[in-house]
Write a protein that binds this ligand. Structure first.
Ligand SMILES: NC(=O)C1=CN([C@@H]2O[C@H](COP(=O)(O)OP(=O)(O)OC[C@H]3O[C@@H](n4cnc5c(N)ncnc54)[C@H](O)[C@@H]3O)[C@@H](O)[C@H]2O)C=CC1
Ligand SMILES: O=C([O-])CC(=O)C(=O)O
Length: 336
């Protein structure tokens, strides 16, 4: 079916005048997320003081002359922004500065996700797929879901795909292969410095053969120390260098996450996604925890029965505990 025949879907991006959105909007509008034959109506939400900047973004989008982009709706009104949307990229939130942890943003950001949860509940399609990017992403996602009770909790996810991509890139560089040759890394837990990057199930394609990361790299000490720390601290390293948080890579990861969700994962591939926990792998139930997932027909499924090396167990417990603490703090902020 050509894009002239398919009905457009409505997609909202919040924080649309910000850094991440500036890269993300183009990736979405040119068809890299929902398919090259899927027309789009893009809803762009930001706050009232950013409306002039947003107008400039809208001009640039028109000037890209993108065939799939049927309409752009810039707004500061959540009612307009969330009306009838099939997908929501919740990016709009304060970014951290040097020296902060992401959870230091909790008191500033968590209320945004209550308001947006309520707006999604009232105005979005009931099958809307929601990706929370704004930090602290896992906790914001659980807040958003709580305030949107008419939308299934599994439709609310948080972004750890950037950590996943960072992990693939580190393994690829160490094994001296192109990044496309590395798959099935896992990010467990929170999108924070307690996250657990785990390469023990990763696959690396070398000279046409698929081997484990351990076999490809032959340096267990590196995999259990520098690899983990580099991925855990990559966001802070980018802030240190750029004086602003990751934007191009964050936009790419957001697009990857939503594309996998809408279009599915490859056979034998899994990706990392923050999803509401059912207690798998000893994680606390009901927090948004990053797991390896496979996706087909728009539904994610946590990969089960992976053998977890004992080395990671305490770290898994710690990241789960942090998520429970963040959830309690978020509820206290909202109820205060
Ligand atoms: N989960 C992840 O892997 C990553 C998450 N992030 C997070 O993404 C968020 C956005 O980052 P940037 O785009 O760099 O920040 P930015 O400051 O450049 O843009 C944020 C935009 O959100 C808008 N905004 C604030 N409150 C809003 C509201 N209630 N409704 C709609 N828009 C609102 C602001 O006006 C601004 O235009 C930050 O919280 C950052 O920490 C960033 C990188 C990766
Ligand atoms: O580090 C930050 O604050 C931004 C972010 O989430 C990331 O780059 O992973």
């Amino acid at each position: 079916m050509s894009h002239l025949e398919k009905q457009p879907i409505r997609v909202v991006v919040t924080g649309a005048a910000g850094q991440i959105a500036y890269s993300l909007l183009y990736i979405i509008a040119k068809g890299d997320v929902f398919g090259r034959d899927q027309p789009l109506i893009l809803h762009l939400l930001d706050i009232p003081p950013m409306m002039e900047v947003l107008e400039g973004v809208v001009m640039e989008m028109a000037d890209c002359a993108l065939p799939l982009l049927h309409e752009v709706v810039p707004t500061a009104d959540p009612v307009v922004a969330f009306h009838d949307v099939s997908a929501a990229f919740l990016v709009g939130a304060m970014p951290r500065k040097q020296g902060m942890e992401r959870k230091d943003l909790l008191s500033a950001n968590v209320k945004i996700f209550k308001v947006q949860g309520e707006a999604l509940d009232k105005h979005a399609r009931k099958d809307v797929k929601v990706l929370v990017v704004g930090n602290p992403a896992n906790t914001n996602a659980i807040v958003c879901s709580k305030y949107a009770p008419s939308i299934p909790p599994e439709n609310f996810t948080a972004m750890t795909r950037l950590d996943h991509n960072r992990a693939r890139a580190q393994i690829a560089a160490r094994a001296n292969v192109p990044v496309a040759c590395v798959s099935n890394v896992i990010i467990w837990g929170n999108h924070s410095s307690t996250q657990v990057p785990d390469a023990s199930h990763a696959k690396v394609k070398i000279n046409g053969n698929v081997v484990s990361a351990s076999e490809a790299i032959k340096d267990e000490a590196w995999l259990k120390k520098q690899f983990i720390e580099t991925v855990q601290k990559r966001g802070a390293a980018v802030i240190q260098a750029r004086k602003m948080s990751s934007a191009m890579s964050a936009a790419t990861a957001a697009a990857d996450h939503m594309r996998s969700w809408f279009l599915g994962t490859d056979p034998d591939e899994f990706v990392s996604m923050g999803v509401v926990s059912d207690g798998s792998y000893g994680s606390p139930k009901g927090v948004v925890f990053s797991f390896p997932v496979t996706i087909s027909n728009g539904k994610w499924k946590i990969v089960q029965d992976l053998k977890i090396d004992e080395f990671y167990l305490d770290m898994l417990t710690a990241t789960g505990k942090e998520l429970e603490e963040e959830r309690a703090e978020a509820m206290a902020v909202i109820e205060a």
